[in-house]
Design a protein around this ligand. Structure first.
Ligand code: SF4
Length: 342
């Protein structure tokens, strides 16, 4: 089967047609009414109408939600809410001050040993709490020439040994475009590791196809994939199988979670998540405090509550299942560990 799918994706690419994941991506849900029909929900008029950052979710992710449950933890992550329009004190469009840290288009150089590339502004899913939901992708989208410029910048920074592909979601790129990035970075001797930050295997598992696995397998660099999973219900058998294929291709799988009110803000839910991740071959890496991006204040979990939850996790999980509790603060050259002894 694997061989067959490989042949078909190559053939489609040669013929200039969409591969099956691209067809699924295009078939995603962007209308709240359609989503409600799929989930048998009857929502009050106006409360869930998208304002600026539209609804976007693949049907394969909707299939993991419980029908008739407005509080489903996966639904809450993607359903636009009128609360997003409320201006909250301390919440801004650029909570991490990233607009001041891009020396060339498409490249963020915040940390000493690594750079981050915003390869695309597109994602298969629009997470309501996304800290880059107001990011100016138009001004930061590298074209073919800029791929070479970025590679040149990185080649001339011997202290940089890791490149992070981010976005948007880098696996939203076509195979050809991703291949261009891999070719450019594979050629740099100072780069030891390529890291991919993605939600695609979780929300659109068909993206992990033969072409992608070949690309990952054939890279001479260490490949780290940091998934973004917030709740154990996001991990099903299909994702587990895809994770196995990724591991067979030599990929190290890590996960980052955002602590979100109404989604995962209790220790039991987070302990279940850690176990489910480990069962799928993924190590819990970071538990992030919400970035204060405008429109996401209703997901905030106070720091004191976060610390209380974290101590309960420490009490109930083996050390290797406890992610690091961190917070990203503007202009800091690292993720800041949360003080557990306030
Ligand atoms: S997948 Fe990541 S980048 Fe895309 S909307 Fe969600 S959090 Fe933001």
């Amino acid at each position: 089967m694997q061989q067959l799918s490989k042949i078909s994706t190559h053939t489609l690419a040669q013929a200039g047609q969409r591969s099956s994941w691209q067809a699924e991506l295009a078939d995603g849900v962007s209308d709240v009414g359609e989503l409600c029909r799929m989930l048998a929900l009857d929502l009050p008029d106006g409360q869930y109408a998208p304002k600026q950052f539209g609804l976007r979710v693949p049907k394969s992710f909707v299939a993991k939600m419980k029908k008739g449950d407005i509080n489903d933890p996966l639904l809450r992550q993607i359903l636009p809410d009128v609360k997003e329009t409320v201006a909250a004190a301390g919440y801004t469009h650029d909570p991490l001050a990233e607009n001041t840290q891009n020396p060339i288009k498409g490249l963020l150089h915040k940390y000493k040993n690594r750079v981050l590339i915003t390869t695309t502004g597109a994602c298969a899913v629009h997470c309501r709490y996304c800290f880059r939901q107001h990011f100016d992708y138009q001004a930061n989208m590298p074209n073919t020439q800029q791929i070479a410029q970025i590679a040149n910048y990185v080649a001339n920074k011997p202290e940089v040994n890791e490149v992070i592909f981010s976005g948007g979601d880098p696996l939203n790129l076509s195979h050809r475009r991703l291949n261009d990035w891999f070719d450019a970075i594979n050629a740099l001797p100072n780069i030891k590791t390529m890291r991919i930050h993605t939600r695609m295997p979780v929300v659109l598992p068909s993206r992990v196809d033969g072409d992608l696995l070949d690309l990952l397998k054939n890279s001479p660099k260490n490949i780290v994939m940091v998934l973004h999973i917030n709740h154990a219900n996001e991990i099903d058998e299909t994702l587990q199988q895809k994770c196995q294929l990724l591991k067979q291709a030599g990929v190290t799988l890590l996960n980052q979670t955002v602590l979100l009110k109404g989604v995962n803000d209790d220790a039991t839910t987070l302990c279940q998540l850690s176990h489910a991740l480990f069962g799928a071959g993924i190590l819990p890496y970071y538990l992030h405090i919400l970035d204060k991006v405008q429109g996401a204040a209703h997901f905030d979990v106070p720091l004191t509550r976060a610390v209380e939850i974290y101590w309960q996790m420490l009490e109930n999980l083996s050390g290797y299942l406890v992610p690091k509790l961190v917070q990203e603060l503007p202009n800091k050259p690292y993720k800041t560990p949360v003080n557990l002894y306030p």
